[in-house]
Design a protein around this ligand. Structure first.
Ligand code: SF4
Length: 459
């Protein structure tokens, strides 16, 4: 085994080879992959979409919870087939899966040529051009640098883009592996973030979603400390210079760092959507304590009331975990009553995913899969009722819709209160002379509403 991270930063040779990259997992992974693709393209690689024809295959993996681990392994094994039946000469597996299973992975997957941890992701262009077999690269994740200022990305959807403002996490939620995989919290500089927001807006973005493991704690670790409210105002001003109808959306807030100043800034800044993505995970104080979340139900009510005081039409999204070890019927009832009372607009539920390498994995008293799934269904059933009720009130209203897809003449898109990939959509019944195109922003009158999706006609 060679020295993990000792790769000389020699200028890469220009390549005419073909390369395929698969990005799995979260939007943060996607942004990393988009920056990497640009560097590889600049190095001369021909980025293709058919893995069978690619000489180099790169997989940016996810290992957050068991289903994500299984998906990553399935994708690696199926893409590895291209080493036998395709043009693939080099298979590079990067990101969270090798980082999480650093010790055992290289033995268990002989078909993979290079394993690259989260701390060496930026080294992939060099690794792609090495011709020696079998290397593993696992430097300290805390050392992984941010993209250079003004570095470009190959973005799939230029109209709706993610903007990553920080990496890592300092919290220690007992069910979460991310701090181990991504290291401690590191904010990007205000200058880099604003430069990228400006570039994305100039390139036609209609929606910028701000992402990190936790957005609302931004800036506290910077040498010249800053805070998230200030950053929001700077991004809003920059974007407004180039687009009057751009939407800026804040994702991944945390109840502990979402303070009144940030709530006020989001609620009162013109081009920032009054959309609050607030993952509470649970609402029973007993379980919140065991999760190590650092807040209780009373604090959650306080935050939600403050949001609704500043922005009565605010939209709230949350995510929950059911089946956490020791979760009793009483704990679940508290969560259920909380959801019934607060009426979130959007809600995602996950069944707890235990593992030996997370603190909660050591808690003896487990909840059975059957009970966890029953609680999952119970919550989703209640949320479907709440969402249906809320959507009915949107009939007759008119909203700006960013058109994203078109199939057989049916256009779909999203409004400011629908985040990409996780919330409902709007089906736009375009009349013949509407001449809609992907990327258009059109005013749509809602004339029908289902549990999660809306239906309307352009006006
Ligand atoms: S805040 Fe908690 S759940 Fe979120 S990334 Fe950090 S440790 Fe994980």
């Amino acid at each position: 085994m060679e020295n993990k991270s000792n790769i000389k930063n020699n200028s890469p040779r220009r390549h005419a080879g073909s390369l395929y990259l698969l990005s799995l997992g979260c939007a943060k992974n996607l942004v990393e992959s988009e920056f990497l693709l640009w560097r590889l393209k600049t190095d001369g690689w021909n980025i293709i979409s058919d893995p069978a024809k690619a000489e180099v295959i790169i997989i940016n993996t996810c290992a957050f919870i068991t289903p994500a681990i299984e998906e990553s392994i399935d994708e690696i094994l199926s893409l590895a087939e291209n080493k036998k039946n395709g043009a693939c000469k080099k298979l590079i597996v990067a990101g969270c899966l090798p980082q999480r299973f650093e010790k055992e992975i290289s033995e268990s997957m002989p078909e993979v040529d290079y394993f690259v941890g989260t701390g060496a992701f930026h080294k992939i262009p060099e690794i792609a051009s090495i011709n020696k077999r079998k290397k593993i690269f696992f430097p300290d994740p805390n050392l992984s640098p941010f993209p250079k200022p003004n570095q470009k990305r190959i973005i799939q959807n230029k109209k709706s883009v993610y903007l990553k403002i920080a990496e890592g996490c300092n919290r220690r939620c007992s069910y979460c592996i991310i701090p181990k995989l991504k290291g401690k919290y590191r904010s990007r500089s205000v200058f880099d973030i604003c430069s990228e927001a400006e570039a994305l807006t100039k390139e036609g973005a209609k929606e910028i979603s701000l992402i990190a493991q936790e957005t609302t704690i931004y800036g506290k670790d910077l040498r010249v400390a800053s805070d998230f409210s200030e950053l929001l105002k700077r991004i809003s001003e920059k974007a407004f210079l180039y687009s009057k109808d751009i939407i800026i959306r804040v994702l991944y807030t945390h109840p502990e760092s979402l303070d009144e100043k940030i709530i006020k800034t989001i609620a009162q800044t013109k081009n920032i959507a009054s959309y609050f993505d607030l993952p509470i995970q649970h609402a029973s104080d007993n379980i919140l304590k065991k999760m190590g979340r650092g807040y209780n139900a009373e604090k959650l009510y306080e935050i939600i009331n403050t949001i609704r005081d500043y922005a009565p039409n605010a939209v709230l999204r949350t995510s929950l975990i059911v089946g956490f070890p020791n979760e009793t019927e009483k704990d679940f009832k508290r969560l259920y009553d909380f959801i019934k009372k607060v009426k979130f607009d959007h809600l995602g539920v996950f069944t707890y995913s235990g593992a030996k390498d997370i603190p909660s994995g050591k808690i003896k008293k487990k909840v059975t899969k059957k009970i966890a799934e029953k609680r999952y269904k119970t919550l989703m059933k209640k949320q479907a009722e709440i969402s249906f009720e809320k959507n009915q009130k949107r009939i007759g209203e008119t909203y700006k819709v960013l058109i994203e897809e078109e199939e057989k003449g049916v256009f779909t898109g999203r409004t400011w209160f629908q985040a990409p990939e996780v919330d409902g959509i709007v089906y736009v019944n375009a009349l013949a002379d509407n001449k809609l195109e992907k990327g258009d922003v059109v005013s749509v009158k809602i004339n029908e509403a289902a549990e999660y999706d809306l239906f309307g006609t352009p006006i």
